[in-house]
Write a protein that binds this ligand. Sequence first.
Ligand SMILES: [Zn+2]
Ligand SMILES: [Zn+2]
Length: 180
Amino acid sequence: MTAPGPKRNSNLNTVSYWEKETYRGKKQKYKSHENFYYRGEIKIAGKEGGVQECKECKKLLPLSAFSTSGFRSDGAYFLKKLCRECHTIVQKEHRGARKKAPPKPERCDRCHLKKKLVVDHRHGTTEVRGWLCHDCNVGVGNLGDTLEGVLQGAIYLENDENKIIETLHKVFNEMFARAK
Ligand SMILES: [Zn+2]
Ligand SMILES: [Zn+2]
């Protein structure tokens, strides 16, 4: 007669927590959660000794050149997209622009919706362009924050030049009329 083997301990935690996490009932593996290191007491998302490109100066810099922003579900902090140096400069621009900004309007200067608004400034200066909601600010920024960038988006959507010009006049008049 063979002796029964050791009882399987059902509480034994052999599955990594990131493999157990569920999202809408679906089992998912959070491979990215294996990627972290410690900066002092703080858990940082990413590989120790890794590098990241600063979105502003485009330099490839060690992760230590970036400060933390929000954190993910395993408590590891993400790093900012701008290096500390660039972040400081941009924050200074923001502060300067906020001081010069006209009174906050009720509605976003682009979409004209009543939303939470932020001061939008011309990159590299403290010149105020206007007040935008978060979505419009991020949208314009993602298209390059320039007229050229936004027009590239327009030409991508519509390649008939006459239609673009016709729409330009219509939208221009609408926005100009509501600004009054
Ligand atoms: Zn930078
Ligand atoms: Zn908006």
